[in-house]
Design a protein around this ligand. Structure first.
Ligand code: 1HN
Length: 355
């Protein structure tokens, strides 16, 4: 039965009267809001280092770090039009620092991490402590820590920046400070935190530094050795050999909003598909392979970056029968977990059909 025309006209007049009052009915939006599962706009995507690197080096010719503050090419998710984000919570960018350059000191409430892609001899000074960079290293700059970068070496250094900036923007708690000097004094020994946390399972008395890890640098050499030492029994069906980077004082994630993992896909390994309520950005550190994300295959090699949005099925494969492949990722999983909202599930068929 149709409502009488008089009712329809009354209803339309009612809806029109709402708008100038900054009011709207929930009942027309309800099912769009409360979906059975996440319906985000972020899409899976892969950025090829072979395409990105020449553009970054071109930026090095055209833009100084003095002009740029940070010489970063942002990796923007093609599904999140108009947003500066790789997922709704995460930012990713590729940064270049040329020999002799500095990127001046500042601090901000968004937390950041860096995964070194290429080159060595550069450093980030974090709250007075220089952390030196080599490929595959992970370096943290926790929320509100002073940080500047310098490259006293003789090769260009390139790294992937990961920040929780879109999240912090959404929460409307972005704060930034720029002091007048260009760089911090290194008031602490270089790579001090590496010496304080040299031996897994042993730690000095707890510092009072807040929720972020006091270990600021995770050397790839140590991580690679730890991965290589894992027994086959440690393999996960979804990730093969995986280790999570931890805060040595809590055993928890390195930052309250972002966690990091390193994984080794052994030669010829093809993992099973699963999905989870968190998003991740991956850097290929070594080897060649592919990931199937949402039914599409993304082939990757060293230096490539790809993004897996929340609740997208994904599985990984090492295409080489001889060489191991290594991936480092950062993820918003710690944030989701801290809210009690994390969940994951296996693909019912084990693998995804290719679209
Ligand atoms: C930032 O401060 C850095 O300190 C890198 O190197 C990337 C992206 C957005 C906002 C701040 C850095 C950034 C950033």
């Amino acid at each position: 039965m149709h409502p009488p025309a008089s009712h329809r006209m009354a209803y339309e007049a009612f809806v029109q009267a709402l708008q100038p009052l900054s009011l709207a009915p929930l009942w027309t939006e309800y099912h769009r809001l409360l979906t059975p599962a996440p319906q985000g706009k972020a899409r899976p995507h892969l950025w090829r280092y072979a395409e990105l690197r020449p553009q970054l080096l071109r930026a090095g010719e055209l833009v100084s770090t003095r002009e740029a503050e940070r010489r970063v090419l942002m990796l923007l998710n093609p599904g999140l039009e108009g947003q500066i984000a790789i997922t709704p919570t995460l930012f990713a960018g590729m940064q270049l620092l040329l020999p002799g350059e500095v990127a001046r000191v500042h601090r901000h409430s968004p937390a950041a991490l860096r995964i070194i892609v290429e080159g060595k001899g550069a450093y980030t000074t974090v709250d007075g402590q220089r952390c030196f960079m080599e490929p595959g290293d992970l370096i943290l700059t926790p929320a509100w820590s002073w940080h500047d970068h310098g490259n006293p070496g003789n090769e260009p250094v390139i790294w992937l920046d990961g920040l929780d900036l879109p999240l912090i923007q959404t929460l409307n708690v972005v704060f930034t400070e720029h002091p007048t000097q260009a760089q911090q004094q290194a008031r602490l020994p270089d790579d001090l935190s590496l010496r304080l946390y040299q031996q897994p399972g042993l730690r000095p008395p707890a510092p009072d530094t807040g929720p972020a890890s006091p270990l600021l640098s995770y050397k790839w050499q140590r991580t690679a050795a730890a991965l290589a030492a894992l027994p086959a029994e440690a393999a996960s069906p979804y990730d093969d050999l995986l280790l999570e980077y931890t805060n040595p004082h809590t055993g928890g994630p390195v930052l309250p909003t972002m966690g990091c993992t390193a994984q080794l896909l052994r030669p010829g390994v093809q993992t099973q598909a699963h999905r989870h309520a968190s998003s991740s950005v991956y850097l290929v550190v070594q080897g060649r392979g592919y990931s199937v994300i949402d039914g599409r295959r993304y082939d990757w090699e060293a230096g490539d970056v790809f993004v897996i949005p929340s609740w997208a099925y994904h599985e990984h494969a090492n295409a080489s029968p001889h060489e191991a492949a290594a991936l480092i990722s950062f993820t918003d999983a710690p944030l989701i977990r801290s809210l009690g909202l994390y969940r994951e599930e296996a693909h019912p068929g084990g693998h995804q059909p290719l679209a």
